[in-house]
Design a protein around this ligand. Sequence first.
Ligand code: SF4
Length: 462
Amino acid sequence: MNKTILEERKSQMHRIGEEPFAMACDRPSLAGAVSQRACVFCGSRVVLYPIADALHLVHGPIGCATYTWDIRGAISSGPQLHRLSFSTDLQEMDVIFGGEKKLEASLRELISLHSPKAAFVYSTCIVGLIGDDMEAVCRRVSADTGIPVLPVMSEGFKGNKREGYAAACKAMFRLVGTGDTTGISPMSVNILGDFNLAGETWIVREYFKRMGVEAVANITGDGRVDDIRRCHGAALNLVQCSGATMELAKMMEEKYGIPYQRVSYLGVEDMADSLYKVADFFADKDPDIKAKTVALVREELSVLMPKLAELRRDLEGKKVAMYVGGSFKAFSLIKAFRHLGMRVVVVGSQTGTEEDYKELAAISDPGTIIVDDANPLELAQFIKEKDVDVFVGGVKERPIAYKLGVGFCDHNHERKIALEGFIGMYNFAKEIHASVMSPVWKFMPRRAAGRVTCTTKEAVNG
Ligand code: SF4
């Protein structure tokens, strides 16, 4: 009998149609289960690091900084300071006697060398244990250097990646409201939760420009400190990747009365719906905005849809597994795959909530496996059982796919192709087509030996 699935993990898996919906989630990872999840510190780092003109200093051992160095390759149209990884490189003596002096010296040296607009200082596990007063050090250095120096309370052990997102939002919120909002258009938005991994933020900004809507701040892809300082002047916050930046949107709504809307720039329907939501919001300020938006969507789709139809001919009926950070991305991707005639048969996320998983179950096909906070063995097991043709994930999922002889699409970390907007949907379809249709897979042992008939269901059921 296969014992890949640990008894304690079974409540975090669900098979649609085979049992009533119930998913345990949003809780600490099971000790020893080797979760794919990142730590709190990593959660903060991925959210904040695309702010390109800020200094990002990791207060902790060198390993924490190395692990998250340019973790997603987020690109900038200007400064590149974010792509460097600075660390206080705490050693045994610092752990015994405290690391505050080292932190202060590092901050002063780096600020004088790089003249950043602000500095973020990330707390790591060991700093939480030894109790360095980061707040006091940051306050002192800020007073002397004249730039905001912001502690990010992201001790790795204190929860899961979601807490890291919250710590990042709290740090950023200290910047919001400190800049001049003069000249901001009444038809303006902030773009939250896009990280500009391959220029996506620029695609979306261009759509808004065509609609006559000003984008005040990118939070945080291709982000700038001065834009975040004045982003409380925008009329609307658009929140993609809700786990990462929703906290900031809620704090801004409470303090500045700025409403927010959840959006997604992935796929066809969700991209169009997001633009229509913005058009609806500003309809009383510009009576023509709806017509402009309809024309924009029509123009883009007239180019996109024939191209998708061409790729669909080869992809029809192929199967997909995906494992993503936040489950919101999964909703859009399921719809995107339907345009290609493909079926998502395994879907999981690191940080989904019960509400997210219910929504996911509602749009998924019968038999689909939904999994929360998975580990590599579980993912491998599900991929084999469902005999998928392509696995969509991030850098940690890639080796799982390749070891199993399955095509892989990096939707998160190392990609260099924009996957958002209408052009992004075409890029995505081309990527999937190239992966799935590659002749290399027929030489892989899994295919060569015929279909794998692993019975994960048996394993799940014990
Ligand atoms: S903060 Fe802790 S869990 Fe995160 S990388 Fe550093 S040592 Fe590891």
